[in-house]
Design a protein around this ligand. Structure first.
Ligand code: NAD
Length: 293
């Protein structure tokens, strides 16, 4: 492919296809009297979390899923939250449970994740699902954002087999599961995980045929970090002040898109790349949970 005309990986279009499959899957289950059900728990009033939760609930409605939105005051105790999780674990109408991150600081998020029935852990954060990802057991739930990145790569026909992949970031939400997916027997990439203590990050990145940036630092990945012809997946979502916008900010990724894109064979934009895939994969996981229930 001509490196000067990079393929822009359109997450909105691919997500729409995944959602269409979910709608069809839900209709099939409905014929058997089953409605996929997702419970979304929000503790506190974080404005970004409110937007995410509203969009998850709206998408459920569009697909014919059942959803329950549970909004708890910021002062909710750990014990009260665990009681809510326990009642959702026991509710047969609910196949997927997610507690929107980040909870208020007095909540032990790790303990809440462990309290969710792993069969309903559609975020894929429970240790049992982390283990199933490492074991390549398809009954587990894969975290939505890295799963969405893999679907984007597949849908663009990008060959991962034998490719050098570099993942920047080692979080349990994106970086580590992304690396596990790339190194799996399905994808067969050779994977390097880089992080905040990596030595000479630009040199590591220049090795990559597939470069995944999941850091949270605006435009950190520059043109001279990228091998010509590489595929670049930008997971970062960063708010940058911008007085020319009505909102007062704009979103940017971890990659300096304007200078990197001309070098790449394919790249995801921000917004409109990985972002829309995350919610689509949440819907796919919820359908999987309903099928497995
Ligand atoms: P995190 O803060 O948990 O992890 C960031 C990782 O980046 C860490 O592992 C750290 O070691 C690494 N890092 C930090 N500074 C670094 C540096 N200077 N050089 C190299 N590595 C460095 O974040 P996260 O939850 O993994 O999210 C990462 C980014 O992805 C954020 O911008 C977040 O908003 C975004 N995100 C997007 C979606 C989506 O749907 N598109 C979903 C989740 C997260």
């Amino acid at each position: 492919m001509d490196p000067h005309t990079p393929k822009i990986l359109d997450g909105k279009a691919v997500a729409a296809r995944v959602l269409e499959e979910c709608r069809a899957g839900a209709a099939e289950l409905a014929a058997r009297g089953i409605t996929p059900g997702l419970a979304v728990v929000l503790v506190g009033e974080d404005p970004a979390s409110q937007v995410y939760v509203a969009s998850k609930v709206r998408t459920c409605g569009e697909l014919g899923y059942f959803s329950r939105k549970i909004v708890l005051p910021a002062a909710t105790s750990q014990a009260e939250l665990l009681e809510v999780v326990a009642s959702l674990n026991a509710d047969p109408a609910i196949h997927g449970i997610l507690v929107q991150s980040p909870p208020p600081p007095h909540i032990d998020e790790e303990a809440v994740v462990r309290a969710i029935d792993p069969r309903k852990d559609v975020d894929g954060f429970h240790p049992e699902n982390v283990a199933k990802l490492a074991l390549e057991d398809p009954t587990g739930f894969v975290p939505c954002t890295p799963a969405g990145c893999m679907v984007l790569l597949e849908s663009a026909g990008i060959v991962t087999q034998g490719a050098e992949a570099v993942v920047i970031g080692r979080s349990m939400i994106v970086g580590k599961p992304m690396a596990l997916l790339l190194v799996s027997k399905k994808a067969n990439a050779t994977v390097t995980i880089a992080h905040s203590r990596s030595r000479d990050l630009p040199a590591i990145c220049r090795r990559a045929d597939i470069l995944v940036a999941a850091v949270g630092r605006p435009e950190m990945v520059r043109a001279d970090w990228v091998k010509p012809g590489a595929v670049v997946i930008d997971v970062g979502i960063n708010r940058i002040e911008d007085s020319t916008r009505k909102s007062g900010y704009r979103l940017t990724g971890d990659v300096a898109f304007d200078e990197v894109a001309p070098l790449c064979s394919a790249i995801t934009p921000v917004p409109g790349g990985v972002g829309p895939m995350t919610i689509a994969m949440l819907m796919r996981n919820t359908l999987q949970a309903a099928r497995q229930a």
